[in-house]
Structure formats: structure tokens, C-alpha cells
Design a protein around this ligand. Structure first.
Ligand code: UDX
Length: 450
């Protein structure tokens, strides 16, 4: 079958965010290994490094984004780039199709569910489109019902109801809802509607997930979006995300970890998008320092509001932090999580980070920032029971306590045992004969027949 795929080209178009570029380029590798040629169309903003992927063709399109629009936050950036990129994308795709050699048919476009114009463009050019969703299927399944949930009157939430499950969206709790919707409210509705409608018109939906994590949600996804669903497993199980990193990874993390005891280090990172206030930053610093546990802390430059990097820390606090820990601007996360010294992960529960942690068997402390992270963290703490939820309390005492419980106490041991079981199940899924592994074959054959 692989021979038949030689001579077939797939076009990929990632959303220009780290958490979306990583999975798209991992998917590119997964398909390339199975015989497909790869072209990646990408925006100028957050352009992936072509030199790290010499086997793929990269085509850059202008996105018309100004510096202010880039600073304005993810939602407005996505809205703007969806307006600006349509016409350059159409021109670029048309040109690729015109220039494609007879010996090499362009078989489909695969792009992120967050692009709103690509379905129409691909239909007008008679090119089938597959959707890559970088969220957990349970979250994406809620897109059609989120507007209804928002108007149900759950918000504002009273203290007595805060921990109640949202009936239409378990295991999300009512207290999570305000951070799912953020400040966007009804402005989100047209976006959600467009994503659902274009996904229904697509030729298939790809998830970085597996039956072992969400079998029922995957079945439901197929019913909701009425297209073939392919859950091909956590992508980094096949290819590391390192080569698509937009930031320079601080490689000194690894020799520093080499000097630490087994499972002693708490790794702290809030991903590529979440920002925190200076007060929250200082609370995390004191909590880590007071825990007396070694830690490796990623503070992305600009992620502390109003600061360039870690200047809000006093000299005294810096020296007490340096006794036990290391602060870096960006880490080789997958290697850090796989290191024998890493024993816990204080995370914002982005879906990539959550999957990477599960695959390396590292239990979590959950500090979600918003959107899908609210749901991912509920699965970690309430369903799989492989982590401790901070419930948004960014306070030094709470952080110190969570680190102690996870790293030193018997509850931490139980969490670790459950994590090991889940890790093993997911590992089986991506091996030959496993459900994710088989799904890749089904996806490759589906593309072949488009
Ligand atoms: C966002 C959303 O939060 C996420 O839920 C969605 O699925 C994709 O878009 P982000 O917030 O960046 O992504 O988080 P996450 O999904 O965890 O992705 C971050 C990626 O950056 C991971 O692959 C992680 O390994 C990598 N990373 C993070 C590093 O390589 N180094 C770091 O220091 C931190």
C-alpha cells in the first residue's frame, strides 16, 4: 500500500500558535513516513523553521498582522488572521495545484479546526479537506452546545453550586465556566458556529487522542460532525515536538536534571499562551521556594504581565530560589518530562502538555488558564485522578501544599500508581496492533481514496 502513496502530496496549513504548529508538523512526519509528500503552507507570523524539516516543502503567505494585533491576545489574533490570510492562502493553494506534477497528485488539504475560510477555499478548488483538532474530542464535541450553555443562566455561579457538574458538559464544573468563555461571551458564537459548520462539510476529523483516553467522546464526535474520525494517538509518541519549537530551548536543563535525584523535580510550565499577573508570579515563586523541593521553572519572556522576564523577583527571593531550582525561558519539554529526575508537572493543562505528561507518566498539579484547559484539568484531577487541582488558587501556601502532597505523601503515591496504569494503556495504543496505530493506517488509506 505504501508504494501507492508515493506520488501523493498532502498540503498542511497550521494555525500560527506553538500548541497548533507542533501537532501539525508531527502529523506531517507521521504521513511522510507512510509515503506521502508534504507541503506546509504557513503564515509569516510564527513561521515554522523550514531548515528543521528538510524533507518538506514550505510556502509562506503574508498575514498582514501588525505588532499591536499580535500583542492583543489569541482570540483577536485568530479573528484578524482569519480575515487577512484568506486571499493569500487561496492564491498559494491555487498555484500549488496548477504547478503540481502529473506524477504527483495533490490529494487533500489538512488544516486546523480554527481556520474558518479553508473549507470554502478547498471546495472552490475541488480539493478535499481534513480537519486537525488540537483539543480533546470531549471539548470539541461541546462546540455546538457552548452558546446554549452560556445562556443557560449558570453564570454567575453561587458558592453552593460552584462544584456542581455542568449537566451538558461533564466533568466540567460550573465554577470552570467563566474561564471557558473568558471575556468573549456572545462574540464567540459566530466563531463556534463557523467551526462546526465547516467541520461537518469536511472529509474527516483527526484527533491527537486515543480510545484509551476517550472512546465515548470519539464515537460522539463521529455522530455530531458526521464525518470519519481518526484518533491516531498522542502525536509526540511518534515524533518529538522539539524540531517545531518557535522559541530557543534552554538545553542546560538536561545536565541540571542529571544532577538531581530520581523523581525529585517538579517541572513548572504554563505553555505558550497563558499569562499571569505579577502577584500570581510571586506567589508561585514563594510556593516553590517554601516547598523545599527541587524545581525547573519555565518563565516565558512576557508571560508575567507588565514584566519583561523575572525582574519582579527580589534579589533575596532569587537566591533562595536558586538554592533548589532553575528558571529558564523555554525548555525542551518532552525531554524534561521523560527525564528520570522529573517527578511532577505543575501545568496549565494545554492538551499537548497534558498528553506529553501522561505519556511520560508524570503526575500533574493543575493550573488551567482558560478554554479547553479547564476541561483537560478536570479529566486529570476528577476522572483519571492523576493530578491535584489547584482550583485557581495561585497562593504560596496552596502551591507548597500541592507540591508536598504530590511529591512526598501517600496520596501522591496513589496518583503515581494510577498514572502508571494510564501511561501503559496509552503506550499500548500507539504500538503496532494498538487502536491509534491502526487508526493511522485507516487515515492513510482514507487519504489515498479521496
Ligand atoms: C494551546 C492550548 O492551550 C492547547 O490546549 C491547545 O490544544 C493548543 O493550543 P499551549 O497553551 O501552548 O497551546 O499549550 P500546549 O497545548 O500544552 O502546547 C505547548 C507545547 O509547547 C507543547 O508541545 C510543549 O511541549 C511545548 N513546550 C512548552 C516546550 O517545548 N517548552 C516549554 O518550555 C513549554
Amino acid at each position: 500500500m505504501e508504494e501507492k502513496r508515493n506520488g501523493l502530496r498532502v498540503i498542511l496549513f497550521p494555525l500560527p500558535l506553538q500548541g497548533c504548529i507542533n501537532p501539525m508538523l508531527q502529523l506531517a512526519n507521521i504521513l511522510h513516513v507512510r509515503g506521502f509528500s508534504i507541503t506546509v503552507i504557513h503564515t509569516r507570523f510564527n513561521a515554522p523553521k523550514a531548515s528543521s524539516h528538510p524533507l518538506f516543502t514550505f510556502l509562506q503567505i503574508p498575514d498582514g498582522l501588525s505588532e499591536t494585533e499580535i500583542q492583543d491576545g489569541v482570540m483577536s489574533l485568530l479573528a484578524q488572521i482569519n480575515l487577512n490570510a484568506e486571499s493569500p492562502f487561496r492564491d498559494c493553494l491555487r498555484k500549488v495545484l496548477l504547478e503540481s506534477k502529473e506524477s504527483e497528485r495533490v490529494t487533500c488539504l489538512i488544516d486546523d479546526c480554527g481556520w474558518l475560510f479553508t473549507q470554502s477555499v478547498s471546495e472552490s478548488l475541488k480539493l478535499p479537506r481534513l480537519v486537525l483538532c488540537t483539543f480533546k474530542a470531549t471539548f470539541f464535541n461541546a462546540y455546538p452546545s457552548l452558546p446554549l450553555i452560556r445562556t443557560k443562566g449558570y453564570l454567575p455561579v453561587s458558592d453552593s453550586e460552584a462544584e456542581d457538574s455542568v449537566p451538558e458538559f461533564p466533568p466540567l464544573q460550573k465554577r470552570d465556566l467563566s474561564k471557558v468563555f473568558g471575556e468573549f461571551g456572545e462574540k464567540l458564537d459566530p466563531f463556534l458556529h463557523a467551526v462546526v459548520e465547516t467541520t461537518i462539510r469536511s472529509s474527516g476529523l483527526i484527533y491527537m487522542s486515543c480510545e484509551e483516553l476517550e472512546k465515548d467522546s470519539l464515537t460522539l464526535s463521529n455522530e455530531i460532525f458526521k464525518v470519519p474520525v481518526f484518533a491516531i494517538g498522542p502525536f509526540h509518541s511518534y515524533f518529538s515536538a522539539s524540531s517545531s519549537s518557535l522559541f530557543t530551548q534552554d538545553e542546560t536543563c538536561i545536565p541540571w536534571l542529571d544532577d538531581q535525584e530520581d523523581k525529585s523535580v517538579i517541572y513548572v510550565s504554563l505553555g505558550s499562551v497563558v499569562n499571569i499577573t505579577e502577584t500570581e508570579f510571586l506567589e508561585i515563586a514563594c510556593g516553590l521556594s517554601n516547598s523545599k523541593q527541587p524545581f525547573l521553572w519555565v518563565v516565558r519572556p512576557g508571560s508575567v504581565l507588565g514584566a519583561k522576564w523575572i525582574e519582579p523577583l527580589s534579589e533575596g527571593l532569587v537566591s533562595s530560589l536558586e538554592e533548589k531550582g532553575k528558571i529558564v525561558k523555554w525548555a525542551p519539554q518532552q525531554e524534561v518530562l521523560a527525564h528520570r529526575a522529573t517527578g511532577g508537572f505543575l501545568t496549565h493543562n494545554g492538551w499537548n502538555s497534558t498528553l506529553e505528561s501522561i505519556c511520560e507518566g508524570v503526575p500533574m498539579i493543575c493550573l488551567p488558564g482558560g478554554w479547553d484547559q479547564m476541561l483537560n484539568s478536570r479529566f486529570v484531577s476528577d476522572i483519571w485522578k492523576i493530578g491535584i487541582h489547584l482550583e485557581g488558587r495561585i497562593e504560596k501556601k496552596e502551591i507548597e501544599k500541592a507540591v508536598r502532597v504530590l511529591m512526598e505523601e501517600s496520596e501522591g503515591n496513589k496518583i503515581r500508581e494510577r498514572m502508571k496504569v494510564l501511561k501503559d494503556e496509552v503506550e499500548k495504543s500507539v504500538k503496532q496492533g494498538g487502536s491509534s496505530f491502526q487508526s493511522i493506517e485507516t487515515l492513510a488509506n482514507h487519504i489515498l481514496l479521496l
